[in-house]
Design a protein around this ligand. Structure first.
Ligand SMILES: Nc1nc2c(ncn2[C@@H]2O[C@H](COP(=O)(O)OP(=O)(O)O)[C@@H](O)[C@H]2O)c(=O)[nH]1
Ligand SMILES: [Mg+2]
Length: 400
C-alpha cells in the first residue's frame, strides 16, 4: 500500500513527509525510514492485541509502543504540482510518475493561505486553499484524460476491429497506474459510458470518465497544514463546509514533538492529543513558549494531525484492517519465539487465504485451514478476517 503526498510548492509537503517518516523512539534497527529521497516509511497506528492477551510482544518489522502497534506504510513525497502540470509544465511529468503508484493521496494544502497559487510566499490569509484543492483535482483529471485520450481514435478503432472489450482496452492504457480493473468497471458504469462504443467517445466523455476513475482509484483527503497559524481556522471551516475530508495539521509541530521524544525530553506518541515533559528537564523561555503553542494547538484540534491523516487514509479511505499472523496460536509466537511478530494491513473483506498469500505463495497453495487465536476455532480459506485478528495459518506446504 502506498500513500502519495501531493500539493503545490511551499505548503509544507516535505515537512509533513519528514515528520510522518521520522521515528518518535530512539532509533532501533528499523531498516526503513527513508528508502529514496522522496520515498519513506510512515506508520499507521492501531491498538496492539498484546495488552488484551496479556503478553509482552516483540515485533520484527513494526513497532509496539505502550500497547499501540505502528504498522509500516509507504509514503511518497510527490514532486510539486503547478497549474498546467498535465501539459508538462513545471515538474509535471515527475509529479505524475510519482503519483501514479499511489493507492491514495494526502493533499497537503496551506490552510493559513500564506502561499499564492504558484507556491510563492504571501502574507497569511492571502492565498486561497480552496482554489488549490480544485486545481489539483483538475490537473489530475486532465493528466489522466491526456494519457487515456492519446491516439484515442486509432486505438479505439483497432480495439473494435480486434473485438477487444472496452475494459481491456482501458486496462491496457492504464497499466502501471495502480488502478484496478474493478475501479475501471465502476467508473464505466457510473459515467454511463459502458454502453457507448469507444470510437464514439468525444473529449468530454473521456474527461468525464477520468474524473470518476480518479475519484475511485486515487481517493484523497486534505491535510490542512500550517493549522498553527491563526489564519488557518476560517479556511478549515470552509473546507469542511464543502464536505471534504479535512484533517487540520501542524507538520512542524509534529516534527518538533518527535525530535523531543527521541531525545527523551518528552513522552509523546504520534497521534496522541497531548504530551508530557519528562520531570527534571530544564526548559528555557523560548522552548517553554514553543511547547505552550503546540499544546494549545493540540487542545484545539485534538492532535498535530499528521498521524491522524495517515490513519484516516489507511483505515477510512482505503478501508484497511490490521491482522497479526502467528505460527503458534497459544503463545502467539513465530518459530523464533517472537511474540506477535508481524502485522499486515489488508483490504477489508480479505480472507484467511489472502493473508496466507501475503506471507508466502506456498503457504497459500498448500492452505489447509487457519486458526483464530482469540477463539482457538478453526476457520476456512474463505473466512473473512476482522480488524485486530490474530491468525495462525496451517498449510501442507511450509514457508519457502
Ligand atoms: N507555520 C507552519 N509552517 C510550516 C508548517 N509546515 C511547513 N511550514 C513551512 O512552510 C515552508 C515550506 O515547507 P516545505 O516542507 O519545504 O514545503 P513543500 O515545498 O511543500 O515541500 C517552510 O518554510 C516550512 O517551515 C507548519 O505546520 N506550520
Ligand atoms: Mg518539498
Amino acid at each position: 500500500m502506498i500513500i502519495g503526498l501531493i500539493g503545490k510548492a511551499n505548503v509544507g509537503k516535505s515537512t509533513f513527509f519528514n515528520a510522518a517518516t521520522e521515528l518518535a523512539v530512539p532509533s532501533a534497527n528499523y531498516p526503513f525510514t527513508t528508502i529514496e529521497a522522496n520515498v519513506g516509511v510512515s506508520y499507521a497506528r492501531t491498538k496492539c492485541p498484546c495488552r488484551e492477551f496479556g503478553v509482552q510482544c516483540n515485533p520484527v518489522h513494526s513497532m509496539c509502543i505502550d500497547g499501540n502497534r505502528f504498522a509500516p506504510v509507504k509514503l511518497i513525497d510527490v514532486a510539486g504540482l503547478v497549474p498546467g502540470a498535465h501539459a508538462g509544465k513545471g515538474l509535471g511529468n515527475k509529479f505524475l510518475d510519482d503519483a501514479r503508484q499511489a493507492d491514495a493521496l494526502i493533499h497537503v494544502v496551506d490552510a493559513s493561505g500564506s502561499t499564492d497559487s504558484n507556491g510563492k510566499p504571501v502574507p497569511p490569509g492571502t492565498g486561497d486553499p480552496m482554489f488549490d484543492i480544485k486545481f489539483v483535482e483538475e490537473e489530475f483529471d486532465l493528466w489522466l484524460a491526456s494519457l487515456i485520450g492519446r491516439d484515442w481514435g486509432k486505438t479505439s478503432r483497432e480495439a473494435e476491429s480486434q473485438g477487444q472489450k472496452i475494459e481491456q482496452m482501458l486496462a491496457k492504457r492504464l497499466s502501471g497506474l495502480a488502478i484496478r480493473e474493478h475501479q475501471i468497471a465502476t467508473a464505466l458504469h457510473a459515467s454511463g459510458l459502458g454502453m457507448k462504443k469507444p470510437v464514439l467517445w468525444n473529449e468530454q466523455d473521456i474527461l468525464h470518465f477520468c474524473q470518476i476513475l480518479r475519484s475511485k482509484s486515487k481517493p484523497f483527503i486534505i491535510a490542512a497544514n500550517k493549522a498553527d497559524l491563526p489564519e488557518a481556522e476560517a479556511n478549515i471551516q470552509k473546507m469542511k463546509k464543502e464536505g471534504l475530508t479535512v484533517v487540520p495539521c501542524a507538520s512542524e509541530a509534529e516534527a518538533m514533538l518527535k525530535k523531543a521524544s527521541r531525545k527523551g525530553v518528552i513522552h509523546y506518541l504520534p497521534g496522541d492529543n497531548s504530551f508530557d515533559v519528562k520531570p527534571g528537564v530544564p526548559l528555557n523561555p523560548q522552548q517553554q513558549k514553543a511547547i505552550d503553542i503546540v499544546r494549545s494547538l493540540m487542545e484545539k484540534y485534538g492532535s498535530t494531525g499528521v498521524q491522524e491523516a495517515i490513519n484516516i487514509t489507511c483505515f477510512k479511505l482505503l478501508h484497511m484492517i490490521a491482522v497479526y499472523p502467528v505460527e503458534d496460536e497459544f503463545k502467539l509466537m513465530d518459530k523464533k519465539g517472537n511474540v506477535l511478530p508481524d502485522v499486515r494491513l489488508l483490504p477489508e473483506g480479505s480472507t484467511a487465504k489472502d493473508l496466507a498469500e501475503t506471507i508466502h505463495a506456498d503457504l497459500a497453495k498448500g492452505f489447509l485451514h487457519a486458526v483464530d487465536a482469540r477463539t482457538k476455532q478453526r476457520i476456512g480459506a474463505d473466512h473473512k478476517l476482522n480488524h485486530g485478528d490474530v491468525i495462525k495459518i496451517v498449510s501442507a506446504m511450509s514457508r519457502g
